[in-house]
Write a protein that binds this ligand. Structure first.
Ligand SMILES: [Zn+2]
Length: 280
């Protein structure tokens, strides 16, 4: 009898300990490590640990499924620094986009940068987890920004020009998705001078911004305008708010070395300081 009593007590204790373990919240650092470890690194492991140690979460920045949308801030010591906002994986199935953010986050641990950087590496965590372009509601977040023409044109455009492609569904309301609202909150709080949105695999640099005074050659990708659309970040930010947006469409396969990503980060740093500072 005593043995059975002990058995019951032990099994109750075991249940309690496992249920505690399963409900224990995952720290922001651990979430950051869980996501960013999926992308190949050009640095040693401990750099990612330093990156994830410092990530933050803006209030309200959660996905439909409740995943944290974390970000990292690098504050430049340069008094002339501009603020650059990086957004990647707004389309969850564009996996390689995560590698650029990981590399830039890690590189910022090692250099003294001219500009300040805020990086949101996983803007659509539910899409990443389900390997979909859209969020958990089946909405293309890069068609969900509340552009002036959203209510009149977003659905019409989707029907007419994409033949109701479910991968490009703009949603039910302008800026109606929590992930879109999170990015808008960042734009409002951080007030970036320049935004870079990382995508793949169209192999171009698509710039929505002022006419550049000179060419900025980038051998890894050619500059090519893809246009902007109702609800897209390019229309919302540049056309309506005069904040330049560089949409980077990576090649389908990642480079073997980090050089193209390093050059792109430097190019943006130069672009924002030299060419955009003196009026548009
Ligand atoms: Zn994309």
């Amino acid at each position: 009898m005593k043995f059975f009593e002990m058995l019951i007590i032990f099994s109750l204790l075991f249940q309690l300990s496992t249920s505690y373990a399963s409900t224990e919240p995952i720290s922001l650092k651990q979430r950051c490590l869980n996501y960013l470890n999926n992308y190949p690194s050009y640095f040693k492991e401990e750099v990612l640990d330093q990156v994830c140690e410092k990530v933050q979460q803006t209030e309200g920045c959660k996905s439909v499924a409740g995943e944290s949308i974390f970000h990292s801030d690098y504050v430049s010591k340069n008094p002339e620094a501009k603020k650059i906002l990086v957004i990647s994986l707004i389309h969850g199935d564009e996996t390689n986009a995560g590698s650029v953010s990981r590399f830039w986050l890690e590189r910022l641990q090692k250099v003294d940068a001219r500009n300040s950087w805020r990086i949101i590496p996983v803007a659509n965590p539910d899409g990443v987890n389900k390997k979909t372009r859209t969020n958990a509601n089946g909405i293309d977040l890069n068609r969900n920004f509340p552009t002036v023409d959203w209510s009149s044109d977003a659905i019409k455009y989707w029907e007419r020009y994409t033949q109701k492609n479910p991968r490009r569904f703009p949603g039910y309301a302008a800026g109606g998705e929590v992930e879109t609202q999170c990015i808008m909150k960042h734009l409002e709080d951080y007030k970036p001078d320049f935004v870079i949105s990382i995508h793949t695999p169209l192999k171009v640099l698509d710039f929505d911004g002022p006419k550049l005074k000179k060419a900025f050659p980038y051998s890894y990708l050619p500059w090519k305008s893809l246009g902007n659309f109702p609800g897209s970040l390019g229309r919302y930010l540049w056309v309506e708010r005069q904040t330049p947006v560089l949409t980077t469409e990576l090649r389908p396969t990642l480079p073997n070395e980090a050089l193209p990503f390093e050059q792109l980060q430097d190019l943006v740093g130069t672009l924002v300081k030299k060419d955009l500072a003196s009026g548009q």
